[in-house]
Design a protein around this ligand. Sequence first.
Ligand SMILES: Nc1nc2c(c(=O)[nH]1)N[C@H]1C(S)=C(S)[C@@H](COP(=O)(O)OP(=O)(O)OC[C@H]3O[C@@H](n4cnc5c(=O)[nH]c(N)nc54)[C@H](O)[C@@H]3O)O[C@H]1N2
Ligand SMILES: Nc1nc2c(c(=O)[nH]1)N[C@H]1C(S)=C(S)[C@@H](COP(=O)(O)OP(=O)(O)OC[C@H]3O[C@@H](n4cnc5c(=O)[nH]c(N)nc54)[C@H](O)[C@@H]3O)O[C@H]1N2
Ligand code: SF4
Ligand SMILES: [Mo]
Length: 713
Amino acid sequence: MKPLLDIMKRPDPAAFGLPGRVMDTQCPFCSVQCKMQIIEHPSEDRMTYSVVPKPNAASEGRLCVKGMNAYQTALNGDRLSYPMAKVDGEFVRISWEEAYRLIHTNFTGVQKQYGFDAVGVYGGGSLTNETAYLLGKFARVALRTKYIDYNGRFCMSAAASAGNKAFGIDRGLTNQLSEIPLAKCIILAGTNIAECQPTLMPYFERAKENGAYIIAIDPRNTGTTDMADLHLRVKPGMDAALVNGMLKVLIEQGYTDEAFLNSRTKGYEQVKEHVASLELEQIADITGVPAAQIRQAAEAFGKAPTGMVFTARGVEQQTDGYMAVRNFLNMVLVTGKIGKEGCGYGAVTGQANGQGGREHGQKADQLPGYRLIENPADRAYIAEVWGIDAEELPGKGVSAYEMMEKVHAQEIRVLFLMGSNPIVSNPNANFVEEGLRKLDFLVVADMLMSETARLADLILPISSYIENTGTITNLEGRVLLREAGREPEGEVKHDWQVLCDVAELLGRGDKFSFASAEQIFEELRTASRGGLADYYGITYDRLRKEEGVYWPCPSPEHPGEKRLFGESFAHADGKAELTPVENHFPKEQVSEDFPLYLTTGRVLSHYLTGVQTRRSHTLAARSFESFVEIHPKTAERYGIGDTELVKLESKRGSIVVRSKLSSAIREDTVFVPMHWGDLQNVNKITNQALDPTCKMPGFKVCAVKVEPLVRLV
Ligand SMILES: Nc1nc2c(c(=O)[nH]1)N[C@H]1C(S)=C(S)[C@@H](COP(=O)(O)OP(=O)(O)OC[C@H]3O[C@@H](n4cnc5c(=O)[nH]c(N)nc54)[C@H](O)[C@@H]3O)O[C@H]1N2
Ligand SMILES: Nc1nc2c(c(=O)[nH]1)N[C@H]1C(S)=C(S)[C@@H](COP(=O)(O)OP(=O)(O)OC[C@H]3O[C@@H](n4cnc5c(=O)[nH]c(N)nc54)[C@H](O)[C@@H]3O)O[C@H]1N2
Ligand code: SF4
Ligand SMILES: [Mo]
């Protein structure tokens, strides 16, 4: 187990000089949403800062190295501070008035010529609930376009659609984090909590101290798998088959909870029949996990009186992500390990507001509160809240990558981008960049210059997490209020202010007359009322007093649902659904030309496309460039030494990164992190094939070849 101590270190604020202003805030990065204080230490020639974690129920007062250094991103003097327009290929400073005039001319011009849907909107999971909600309303009411989607499509869509179908509702964790230490067996599938949600590690360590047996499923050894009692080093993309093996053992050895299956679920017989027809040895062969280990894992989970299963992007970012998650849910259901203390499922949500950001309407098929844009009753309800005719609401659009295809085909001619960096985060990035360059007009609202912002016609400077009040829903489904710690500087505006201003320009100001985030939240409460993600009972006052409230929370008296599915599931008949899952194979297989699997992911000190963390000198110094993790035997086969520049190539493009030889990875697989752009942008080579149900790209497997950039001998 890697020591966590160095990332949990707390500085002594006094060591930084006399404290000045204290800013209470939340880390802008992952879904734990650790609370912290940033303290200013003014001196004659410069300002220094110290950071202190604040006690809170999720992180219990811990911060990881990203949280400790997040202030460097927001306060490093590199922020966008005024609007800029591109003139003859160069950005020039303009006023907000000019920026809005440009938006008005281009948006209305294109819509007049090509129709409402020629303008697309693309959001992100870092946006507050208020902004995410308003962005959905902005697209449908102010722009009247059906084309809106967001980066969460690449993040939570597989788990969300599986949760919805199996349980009738999608909330990342069905339990509070504090129940993790009560689980006696824990499966961590394709989740690297040690690097991606480090402040949660002590929950798992406590479970271990209480005697839990931990099983990790990952093609690589990581800080997370190091903690496990059993590590299944699965071939990339083969989780669905692996779970079929475990289900077979669970069912054949009688580890099923028949009473639970009879009274609370449907579809079990089909699953039983399906796995009976499969051979364990064959599953071992295709997954690369020995049959004895599959049996050991299943028996440990089956025998344990309590147990939890967690999945993250390793399982989900696959072209069968939806079905792979369904199979893990089958496992939870056949053993009845859900809805009870110490039992449940968690899709470990990624972005700061990856949970709330997927509930309130920035997804193509969705209206606030998890309502559906194609459902007449949902349309009627939201139209009434918004004061428009239901017929005026557009229908459903397409998923994030499919929007990029429409951009490329020039069906979408103007794009309004808020809180994402798609040329680094979309698969097949060369194609995406080519498409964005064809746009008539690209607007990027961001706080920093990103690779995508560089392509924009217009850049709008946006407030950062320290300046912007709003609510964020963490991975447990706990809604938290993040209050502004300071005023925005320069000409920076809040996301929601920009949306209100532009709506006004487009003649819809009366529907966007908000003067504060709280006023937007008040409307969101009503819009979500009666929906699956019901926030009606939550108010800013409650959030301040109770330090967070779980949804669903249908009335102000309701305490919020801490554990889901105690009595029934969220489907109309109250039952959960099991479904048989085929042994899926990745869409792109290795071949003579492309003989290795590439999988992608994260490292501790960087966040997503790195726009934010590469700007922190401390974080950048920890990992200053990308790398390819490659097994020494594989490296030898291709004449690659350690720390050499390597060219990786797929059918779609190539990148150059430095080699990192390590026996921590399977010999047939290489790993590259996603945090760098340009020549090191791993998405130039990833596969754009999408899961047919949730439209998640298969970020976690494609076929590549590797060679030294310069062959010395
Ligand atoms: N440090 C850091 N933390 C982050 C982020 C970040 O960028 N940096 N991003 C946040 C966000 S938005 C997200 S979505 C989460 C992501 O959190 P995770 O999903 O935990 O992170 P990843 O590194 O993408 O993938 C997890 C693991 O899946 C493994 N994996 C790859 N292919 C397969 C496979 O086929 N099967 C299985 N079982 N495993 C496989 C990888 O080796 C990796 O160790 O992290 C959040 N936290
Ligand atoms: N190969 C590969 N690709 C992946 C993944 C993978 O595992 N492998 N993971 C996928 C996942 S899980 C995710 S979540 C996506 C993330 O993909 P992106 O959304 O593209 O990633 P970010 O780096 O978070 O980009 C967010 C941008 O929004 C800005 N920003 C941050 N906060 C705010 C705000 O409040 N308002 C505004 N207006 N801007 C803000 C940041 O400065 C940054 O420029 O990437 C996906 N791409
Ligand atoms: S990155 Fe996640 S775990 Fe680390 S401090 Fe921020 S919110 Fe907490
Ligand atoms: Mo994510």
